[in-house]
Design a protein around this ligand. Structure first.
Ligand code: TGC
Ligand code: FAD
Length: 440
């Protein structure tokens, strides 16, 4: 049986050329990992890297490839060996946090002035791709810290908040979470009930509840979105607050019973008369647009990340197809499995190109939220399909945690739902093309 630990044998990196186990499938008559590797690849006219039939790597810069490769190595060395067990145990692997910070992946596209890596948005996307190749929960940790906590501090915070918080968040000395969703207001955050009342001395008292909050029980600070005036139906009173989770009245409870994103901290937050000083307010936040701007950053990363999960599933399926022998031959020789693999690799190439194009638009300052919706919706949807097909190709082994396909398949159901459900992104695109809002 081929297990994750056999991967080193079943695929070989020779210079920049990949020779997959699958390459020798016609000579592969045993299920020994790595059987059939080798020269037959040339006579098939096989590509050097089946994951990159379209040679998308060639349009990445050297720096972008280097960033991608170092995160890939981290995921191979540190994430993949432990993630299956962490998932089964239902625990977020906190032991990875320091390594991620050391690599510089937290808030990687924010300026160096604040202790961040100052990378372009393509390199940032590649980081998300590689982290999610490991697990959606690991990418989620980094997404929330960077796009949903560091970004609003960067975009809406005072100079003092930025210089106090961002460097320590880049180093993971301060962990954050993002509280927008409420028990009764998920897709429609404009209806939020959480309220912040300003006191005579400029301090604030916050009351409310937030639901499904990633990093909620791990965080030192929570970005809490609250309405500051009752009855402001257009949502213009919505403001963001940086709330230390040690403040009296603040509590976080881990969400039990998850069958998805099990290697992620998802919590419910309760705020009862939480009293924070005036400088907890993010001064430049105002209206629903502020949290939605943060969502655009995170959704952009998810468009890349979901393809990373799909890439893992494809590679695992390809390797398995080259090694699993049934009816006297490797199952990769059967047309049905080749069709599965062809579909996967095609959708991965399209998804990568879409994410890359958006990255270049973002770097040029021309990316719109509707384009991000299109990419999040498409790439997560195809990743869900790819993970499911990979699991099926693996037969009975596909339900085991030592393989990644089913874990990714389950995770991607959450990714399909969070950061705007697939349906919500359908309606955003619908509005973009018809000019008619389904939400009014
Ligand atoms: P609407 O009237 O459309 O918009 C209000 C104002 O915001 C602007 N805007 C955006 N700006 C930036 N990025 C976006 N994506 C934006 N969407 C809208 C808009 O132009 C407007 O500006 P202005 O100047 O006119 O005031 O607001 P609406 O109430 O009709 O809502 C629209 C809708 C449904 C699309 C929005 O509420 C929505 O996206 N709902 C989905 C909620 C959601 O995605 N929640 C995610 C919570 S966080 C999370 O899931 C984290 S998971 C962990 C991880 O990331 O890994
Ligand atoms: P609902 O909004 O109740 O939707 C239920 C169904 O109705 C869905 O199928 C939806 O598509 C559909 N629907 C809703 N409105 C419409 C409509 N107008 N037309 C057609 N169909 C519609 N939130 C945070 O704030 N911070 C976090 O860190 C965070 N992390 C999360 C982590 C996980 C693992 C999960 C599962 C969620 C997380 N969320 C977080 C919350 C997430 O963003 C919400 O779950 C999501 O926005 C959907 O809200 P809901 O669950 O209330 O579903």
């Amino acid at each position: 049986m081929l297990s994750i630990s056999d991967w080193g044998d079943s695929r070989k990196l020779i210079g920049s050329r990949w020779i997959p186990a699958f390459a020798g499938m016609t000579t592969c008559v045993s299920s020994t990992p790595g059987a059939g590797n080798g020269a037959v690849a040339v006579s098939f006219g096989m590509p050097t890297n089946p994951l990159d039939l379209c040679d998308i790597d060639s349009v990445l810069s050297e720096e972008e490839r280097a960033v991608r490769d170092s995160v890939r190595a981290f995921v191979d060395d540190r994430v993949l060996p432990i993630i299956g067990d962490a998932y089964v145990e239902g625990r977020f692997p906190k032991e990875l946090i320091a390594g991620m910070a050391e690599l510089g992946v937290l808030g990687a596209n924010l300026p160096e002035q604040y202790g961040c890596a100052g990378l372009n948005n393509v390199a940032y996307g590649l980081i998300m791709q590689e982290l999610e190749r490991g697990d959606s929960g690991v990418r989620s940790f980094a997404s929330v810290q960077g796009a949903l906590v560091m970004y609003p501090i960067f975009a809406f915070g005072s100079d003092e908040q930025k210089s106090r918080l961002l460097p320590s968040m880049a180093k993971a000395e301060t962990i954050g979470c993002f509280g927008l969703t409420e028990p009764d207001y998920g897709s429609n955050p404009a209806g939020m009930i959480t309220r912040a009342r300003e006191q005579a001395d400029g301090s604030w008292i916050i009351n409310g509840a937030k639901m499904w909050i990633t990093n909620g029980s791990t965080a030192h600070v929570a970005i809490i979105w609250a309405k500051t005036e009752d009855g402001d139906a257009d949502g213009h009173s919505i403001r963001g607050f940086v709330v230390p989770t040690s403040t009296p009245g603040f509590s976080a409870k881990n969400q039990k019973g998850k069958l998805s994103l099990r290697a992620s901290d998802t919590s419910e937050l309760s705020l009862q008369d939480v009293h924070v000083p005036a400088d907890a307010l993010l001064p430049r936040s105002g209206g629903l647009k502020s949290p939605l701007m943060c969502l655009t950053q995170a959704r952009y990363g998810i468009a890349w990340g979901a393809i990373g999960a799909a890439m893992y599933c494809f590679e695992e399926a390809l390797s398995y197809a080259g090694n699993r022998v049934m009816f006297g031959r490797a199952i990769g020789g059967f047309q049905l499995q080749q069709a599965r693999l062809a579909e996967m690799v095609t959708e991965i190439a399209k998804g990568r190109l879409l994410a890359l194009h958006l990255g270049r638009l973002k770097d040029a300052g021309r990316l719109t939220p509707q384009q991000v919706s299109l990419a999040k919706r498409n790439n997560v949807n195809v990743a869900c399909d790819i993970a499911r097909e990979a699991r099926r190709l693996l037969g009975g082994n596909g339900i085991l945690a030592e393989y990644g396909a089913m874990r990714h398949m389950e995770n991607l159901e959450s990714v399909y739902t969070y950061e705007g459900t697939h349906d919500i992104h359908t309606l955003i695109i619908g509005q973009a093309v018809t000019g008619l809002s389904a939400f009014e």
